[in-house]
Design a protein around this ligand. Structure first.
Ligand SMILES: Nc1ncnc2c1ncn2[C@@H]1O[C@H](COP(=O)(O)OP(=O)(O)O)[C@@H](O)[C@H]1O
Ligand SMILES: O=C(O)C1=C[C@@H](OP(=O)(O)O)[C@@H](O)[C@H](O)C1
Ligand SMILES: [Mg+2]
Length: 173
């Protein structure tokens, strides 16, 4: 069984993911790095040359090809646009929506224009937030609020919720 983190850019998926993996003695995958490995370039370079839809396409390929167990998978914020990938991840994974407020995200993502977010060029942060909120909720098995400076207690909350769902986590400390 895997633990899959979804949510907006800046929500804390990568930060929480690696800490959580260490806590529960799972492997850790940040799918953004897998994408860069596959393309041999940065996410921004892929998007600059081929557009944001191409980045979403590669992301879906990478996620659909994952064949892992006992792993925490921190996805990129646009992963939920890939229905096939999400179906694949949900087959053997619990999906956790790391939910941050729009205001908190705005503080954390200061460089919205050039941070490599896979979005329509005319789309505002608010519009993107609203569009994606629906998708994160649709795929989430669990929702955990991303509280400023509270990474440790978020991890406690996740472990508690996973155990309540029957996940063994026998090596968790
Ligand atoms: N709970 C939190 N409180 C304060 N800052 C956080 C929290 N979680 C993440 N951050 C910060 O927000 C930024 C984005 O985090 P990151 O893990 O890269 O998010 P994501 O992978 O969801 O885009 C980083 O600078 C990180 O240190
Ligand atoms: O939300 C997005 O469109 C994206 C988020 C990024 O990952 P993080 O969510 O980890 O920042 C990365 O996958 C890519 O730049 C696109
Ligand atoms: Mg990330």
């Amino acid at each position: 069984m895997n633990i899959v983190l979804v949510g907006m850019p800046g929500a804390g998926k990568s930060t929480i993911g690696v800490l959580l993996a260490k806590r529960v003695a799972f492997d850790f995958i940040d799918s953004d790095l897998n994408i860069q490995n596959k393309t041999g370039e940065s996410l921004q370079e892929t998007m600059d040359r081929d557009g944001y839809l191409r980045l979403r396409e590669v992301e879906e390929e990478v996620l659909s090809e994952l064949n892992v167990k006992n792993s925490v998978i921190s996805t990129g914020g646009s992963a939920v646009y890939g229905a096939k990938a999400m179906k694949h991840l949900k087959k053997d994974g619990i999906v956790i929506f790391i939910r941050a407020s729009l205001d908190e995200l705005k503080n954390r993502v200061s460089n919205y224009e050039n941070r490599g977010i896979a979005r329509r060029p005319d789309q505002t942060f608010q519009e993107l937030f609203d569009e994606r909120e629906l998708l994160y909720n649709k795929y989430a098995d669990l929702i955990v609020d991303s509280i400023k400076g509270q990474q440790d207690s978020m991890i406690e909350e996740i472990i508690k919720a996973l155990r309540a769902r029957g996940l063994k986590l026998e090596h968790a400390i």
